[in-house]
Write a protein of this length. Sequence first.
Length: 486
Amino acid sequence: MKEVKHFINGEYVGSKSGKQFDNVNPANGQVFGKVHEAGRDEVNAAVAAAREALHGEWGRMSVEKRLSLVKKVAERINERFDEFLEAECLDTGKPASLASHVDIPRGAANFGFFADHVKNFPTESFFTDTPDGAGAVNYGVRKPRGVLAVIAPWNLPLLLMTWKVGPALACGNTVVVKPSEITPTTAALLGEVMNEVGIPKGVYNVVHGFGPDSAGAYLTEHPDVDGITFTGESRTGEVIMRAAAKGVRPVSLELGGKNPSLVFNDADMDAAIDGHLRSIFINCGQVCFNTERVYVQRDIHDEFVARLKAAVEQFRPGAWNDDSCNLGPLVSEEHQQKVLSYFKKAEEAGATVVTGGGVPEMPEELQGGFWVQPTIWTGLKETDAPACEEVFGPCVHIAPFDTEEEAVALANNTRYGLGASVWTRDVSRAHRMGQVLDVGMLWVNSWFLRDLRTSFGGNGASGVGREGGVHGLEFYSELRNVCIKL
């Protein structure tokens, strides 16, 4: 039985209270580990260690040495690739074929990219006239924000955690990470890497637990935390914003979505089908910018639905280390029940279940897992819950449209505004969509094609702020103006 402890000030420690909770394999529903739950004592110790490190060796370290250490973290993750891969797959249930191409390499790359990017992070300078004619020079200096709370999600545990920790450390901050209680292992394992490459004690800390009355609340409410970055559902983001208001601390929030896709009748149909297989069903639909609504121009609607159905029915669910499988389970029983409740709501609303809509037959050794079938609906009204609320599962509603104006209105009819995709060969239409769709990220004839230099984030209920490139570094550093009178 694996034991997952907190990582505080360079050491693994248990909880003083003795509280622990189960680590469950989503593929079979079996408990394979115990995780220590942090109380106030552990959170206080982690924040104190981060504060001390901020003003210790880490804070005095040259930028060149600091960035060299950050790059070594990326190298060491890749050297221990198989350990991180197994840990991530056991926690999430996702196939190794996915995690080995996305979660682990991109999780490592976040350290290398931001270590390089910080070197080229520009500031500003101005010459100012003064009454005596001598003038003054103003210039900007970037300094670390301080001790940052990193609240990481369960869908891409390593990747989305290092997406925050990488730039935070590159900018000279220290962090206390609270991974999801469902997927704690890779955040804890990263502590070993930090020690191995020589990151000073207290720079990277991990506390495990839940949200209310547990590690999450204790960390976000802590007065010595200088900023909070969170990826997860919108309701939790609201709670964190309220906690951050005390002390007027900044937040960076990447939240939920009900992401649309528009398929026009001039689209490359083969490319559109392939793209939607990824954008709807990758990671079993558990990605914040997954497509959950597809609007297809009426004259190609039936063909699109038929071809997507045929492709979806080729998915093969199975264990993470089965190379013949390409679809994993949902991450927890609680989430499985949530997704299945939307399956039921769709049927009650009179939807046509094109394919899926239930739980697949699995081998005996996997029958206790949190499986659902990849599902396609048609015939829902825009006000039906499965068509307008975030499901976060391998399901999609497909509806027809006639005009470009109608398609835009349908896509924008949501409180969310995270991402969207458009499929068309018309270059002018593609640029028009870039102006009128109310989202933070728009992909044309692709999905999740990422350049890490570009902004990442959403509008409305989908979040506050932007990550990626110089945009993320705005959160992870403070700009100071220095005025020199000549």
